[in-house]
Design a protein around this ligand. Structure first.
Ligand code: PXP
Length: 246
């Protein structure tokens, strides 16, 4: 059964709207753990638009589950990760104009640079994960670069679901699911651990749970959106229940 990784970036986004001290992502990390999240994720972006450097330190101090630092594969970020030593670091492409991470990492195009970053992370005891599109070539390149895990980008699946009016059995949705399944097989076949995430929500997560060998599901936006109305602890608990099929 996969485990839930809770992304708490949006709590920091709300705080940064006022450049103030509340809501505190540390509180979200605590609430998330109390509700059953097994991973806490935060993305320290190069432009520091939401999570700040001190958040990483403070969240790490209260995190009793796995801590996942999402980051670009830059010199600065690799240095920060090696110093902070989260459980894992998920390398993502970062663009200043994007609203959120838009696509998977192009590992094929930068295999040598990524292999170097991966080597430094591993040496520091940080497990490297690659955020990738469900593309067999990219997955093979991830394995060759030394990544221990791949997180499959579920955004195209979620978009197909939305554009099909929320019909899980619509052909475009089935096609994207098939791509995810094949990519999942490739990840596991290459000896890496399989994670997935992006744009998953309470309504579209069902078929994703049927992908074999999934280890973690990384979800932020849908849970924090629901938390506005029901509170973080309940929103996380509801997602954990869905994942665990209760
Ligand atoms: N995985 C990665 C690599 C991401 O960049 C994000 C968004 O920060 C997520 C998962 C979570 O996506 P969402 O917020 O749409 O659930």
């Amino acid at each position: 059964m996969p485990e839930l990784g809770l992304n708490i970036d949006h709590v920091a986004t709300l705080r940064q709207a006022r450049r103030t001290y509340e809501p505190d992502p540390v509180w979200a990390a605590v609430e998330g753990q109390l509700a059953g999240a097994r991973v806490i994720t935060l993305h320290l972006r190069e432009d520091r638009r939401h999570v700040q450097d001190h958040d990483l330190e403070r969240v790490a101090a209260v995190c009793q589950v796995r801590l996942n630092l999402e980051m670009a594969a830059t010199e600065e970020m690799v240095g920060i990760a090696c110093h902070a030593k989260p459980t894992m670091a998920t390398l993502v492409p970062e663009g200043r104009l994007e609203i959120t991470t838009e696509g998977g990492l192009d590992i094929v195009a930068q295999q040598r640079e990524l292999a170097e970053a991966v080597g430094r992370l591993r040496e520091a005891g940080v497990r490297p994960s690659a955020f990738v599109d469900p593309d067999i070539g990219q997955i093979q390149a991830a394995g060759a670069a030394g990544f221990e895990m791949c997180e499959l980008h579920t955004g195209p699946y979620a978009r197909a679901w939305h554009e099909s009016g929320g019909l899980l059995d619509a052909p475009p949705v089935g096609l994207e699911l098939e791509r995810l399944r094949a990519a999942g097989d490739a990840v596991v076949g290459a000896g890496m651990r399989l994670n997935a995430g992006h744009a998953l929500n309470y309504l579209n997560i069902g078929p994703v749970l049927a992908i074999p060998d999934l280890f973690e599901l990384h979800i932020g936006h849908a849970i924090i959106s629901r938390a506005v109305f029901v509170g973080i602890r309940q929103a996380v608990a509801e997602m954990v229940r869905l994942i665990e099929g209760r």
